[in-house]
Design a protein around this ligand. Structure first.
Ligand SMILES: Cc1ncc(COP(=O)(O)O)c(C=O)c1O
Length: 344
């Protein structure tokens, strides 16, 4: 009997075999510490090749640290950061961005399908220009979004152009960047620096790594002293090779995209099934690896009684079902069978 798979978070999945093999391969003998090792250098070079530019790369333990420290690097304490009201930085990082920036204020904006628009950004940053209002400095986008949608390259470019015009920098929370690239079928550069993004927090954990995210600075002038920020925040791994080496496993042969495409396909399978369930309603377009739907209370209770785990506090209400690199078609079908039985 295989253990039951869950849909609460793409973080429920274990380590993908390719990352595990690269991790094990790095466990050979002694190597310099604190990022001076060969694995870290090779992965950084691979990321520069992937993004087709001479970017500056840092590895940290999780997404909260990546976002918080990247935003802190862009802001002074009197600055503000425009984000979507559902953004992870606003709702799920325990004030980390404000803490690490010594008080920069998040300015949440509304926007359909979890996305910011130039108009929403403009509305917030042109409200005030006096010294009493925290000076807008950054726009942060989440790609793919917290509600499982994806920004098209032209949408990122339009927001970036608006930001540039008003002297703002652009940060991208890419905890699920892989799912977005897989969904769009574009070059990673086309939805980052070529579309005006200055800094990307590239998620590794949800892609199948044991732990860790890469902070990628496309504008190297912004990363000055970032290493000190990481160290001070307890984010400089002493045995860095074990944080960086797993990336080699998934960057090789585009394994990261293969896994992301699979997770996205499982979400499509689930969404197609949900649409056939009486009383179930999809809340957002399913464009990446998450399915958000409204379900009657007795169905939610029944699913939990049958052992399924999923979240109901994320996004704009409803139930969230996330698919991961390892989600099996059988698991999706078993969940759908229970949904159908409980809804009958
Ligand atoms: C959109 C988004 N950003 C960032 C993160 C990273 O958070 P953590 O600090 O848990 O790694 C997550 C994790 O759920 C997320 O969904």
């Amino acid at each position: 009997m295989r253990a039951m798979q869950h849909f609460a978070s793409d973080n429920y999945a274990g380590i993908c075999p390719e990352a595990a093999a690269a991790f094990a391969a790095a466990n050979a003998g002694h190597a310099p510490a604190y990022g001076e090792d060969d694995w870290t250098r090779r992965v950084s070079d691979r990321l520069r090749a992937l993004f087709d530019t001479d970017c500056d790369v840092y590895f940290v333990f999780n997404g909260t640290a990546a976002n918080s420290l990247a935003l802190a690097a862009l802001c002074q304490s009197y600055h503000s950061v425009v984000c979507h009201e559902l953004a992870h930085v606003e709702t799920d990082e325990c004030g980390g961005p404000e803490f690490f920036s010594n008080g920069s204020k998040l300015l949440p904006a509304r926007g359909g399908n979890g996305k910011l628009t130039p108009a929403a950004v403009l509305e917030l940053i042109s409200r005030r220009s006096d010294v009493h209002y925290p000076k807008p400095r950054v726009v942060t986008l989440t790609q793919s979004t917290e509600v499982g949608t994806v920004y098209q390259p032209y949408e990122v470019a339009a927001i970036s152009a608006c930001a540039r015009e008003h002297g703002l920098r652009v940060h991208m929370d890419g905890a699920r960047f892989a799912n977005a690239v897989a969904a769009l079928g574009v070059a990673p550069a086309d939805i980052t620096w070529r579309a005006g993004v200055d800094v990307l927090c590239f998620g590794g954990t949800k892609m199948g790594l044991p732990v860790g995210e890469a902070v990628v600075f496309f504008d190297r002038t912004l990363s000055e002293d970032f290493a000190y920020r990481c160290k001070q925040a307890g984010q400089l791994a002493s045995k860095m090779r074990f944080l960086s080496a797993p990336w080699l496993g998934i960057l090789e042969g585009e394994v990261w995209l293969k896994h992301a495409r699979h997770a996205n396909a499982m979400a499509q399978r689930l969404a197609a099934g949900v649409q056939q369930v009486p009383g179930a309603k999809l809340l957002f377009p399913v464009e990446a690896n998450g399915v958000f739907c409204e379900l009657p209370e007795h169905v939610l209770t029944g699913l939990r009684e049958r052992g399924w785990r999923f979240y109901t506090f994320i996004g704009a209400g409803g139930a969230r079902f996330m698919c991961g690199w390892d989600t099996l078609p059988d698991s999706v079908d078993a969940l759908l069978a229970d949904l159908r039985a409980l809804s009958a």
